[in-house]
Design a protein around this ligand. Structure first.
Ligand SMILES: C[S@@+](CC[C@H](N)C(=O)[O-])C[C@H]1O[C@@H](n2cnc3c(N)ncnc32)[C@H](O)[C@@H]1O
Length: 336
């Protein structure tokens, strides 16, 4: 009965709008759960009263709030006791192996703002300069969380599908963000070595925080610097550039240097979102990056822009395919 009503074309727009009016509220519910450590408390089942006492919340409203977290499928309630769902614990607890709270709290700061004020040209909203070291230093923890939770595996899968991968020994990751992918690469083969180039604050975090306890750390070389300026290591079998080419001062020149840094038979792989239909699609990237774009960071590439630059940089052949990821479709551009 419900389905037959929902299927009517006439109901689609109102249903979408009803859903949208709830979206900001859903985010607030989740944001509070991360910022107040609610998933850490709910490792052991608690009543709303117990949690309210621990966090200084109103007990009646706390029950309503926890019911909403349940309704959204993030926790469970049984006989008045609230607890994490076993399958999400690793993602939602702050000490979980795939903890993502930090990522989403940081992402919301970058992606949300007062759109109307921005549209009116306001200067007063929170500024955002994605070309600055400070911005990336501030994003370091959330990049690490993103890579640990989902992206590291997906990026590794992309590399391991290359026909050249089996024999690849030297890999260069420019603008890596964290050492998670590098760790996965060197773990996958005892003779693989990875060089990372990233801005000094991030590179230092990788060396001093992420790699100290990593057993194969001698096979991960981290270079602190701007990839526009530092010498690229030579004879690389694979050069990987993911969501970082926006910061190339001269894209073609950087790609030419990458081409030169490859060993014979080596490949360059780019992993970036690309916009199409006059920069109105895909929705995930257009809406997701709207606020940064309004603040002067409209950096996404147009469809095939990277492929054209790769060709112009001297690569003999270029292929592009699209992969679906948790942040939306990404173009994988391979230059040989
Ligand atoms: C959006 S993050 C991408 C991180 C990772 N590659 C990924 O796909 O998730 C951009 C990365 O590029 C780095 N970056 C930005 N400008 C850079 C530059 N000029 N030289 C080296 N790294 C840079 C940032 O520090 C950050 O780690």
């Amino acid at each position: 009965m419900v389905n037959s009503v929902m299927n009517k074309q006439d109901n689609l727009l109102p249903a979408t709008l009803f859903d949208l009016v709830q979206a900001p509220l859903r985010w607030q519910v989740v944001k509070i759960a991360f910022s107040q450590g609610i998933f850490d408390h709910l490792v052991t089942p608690l009543t709303a009263q117990d949690l309210a006492t621990k966090l200084g919340f109103d007990a009646v409203r706390c029950e309503l709030y926890l019911n909403a977290l349940c309704a959204m499928g993030l926790i469970e309630k049984q006989q008045g006791l609230f607890a994490n769902r076993a399958e999400y614990g690793d993602f939602l607890r702050s000490d979980g192996k795939k903890s993502i709270g930090e990522l989403f709290l940081q992402l919301s700061q970058t992606r949300h703002d007062d759109l109307e004020l921005l549209l009116r040209g306001a200067e007063k909203t929170v500024p955002l300069d994605m070309n600055s070291e400070e911005h990336w230093d501030g994003a370091a923890k959330s990049l690490l969380a993103f890579h640990r939770a989902v992206a590291g595996k997906q990026m590794f899968a992309c590399l391991s599908e290359l026909p050249e991968w089996e024999n690849a020994r030297h890999v260069l990751d420019i603008g890596a963000g964290s050492s998670i992918l590098a760790q996965g690469i060197v773990t996958s083969h005892p003779a693989r070595q990875v060089t990372i180039i990233d801005l000094p604050p991030l590179a230092r975090r990788m060396k001093q925080e992420q790699l100290v306890d990593f057993p194969a750390r001698e096979r991960v070389n981290v270079i602190e610097g701007d990839f526009n300026l530092v010498d690229l290591p030579e004879k690389q079998d694979v050069i990987w550039a993911s969501m970082t080419l926006y910061y190339a001062r001269d894209l073609e020149a950087l790609l030419r240097r990458c081409h030169k840094a490859l060993a014979p038979g080596g490949v360059f792989v780019s992993f970036h979102e690309e916009l199409c239909q006059e920069r109105t699609a895909p929705e995930s990237h257009i809406v997701g990056r709207l606020v940064p774009a309004m603040k002067g960071n409209a950096t996404s590439f147009d469809k095939d822009q990277i492929a054209q630059a790769v060709r112009a940089a001297g690569f003999a052949s270029v292929s592009v395919r699209t992969v679906q990821t948790v942040v939306g479709p990404m173009a994988v551009t391979v230059g040989r």
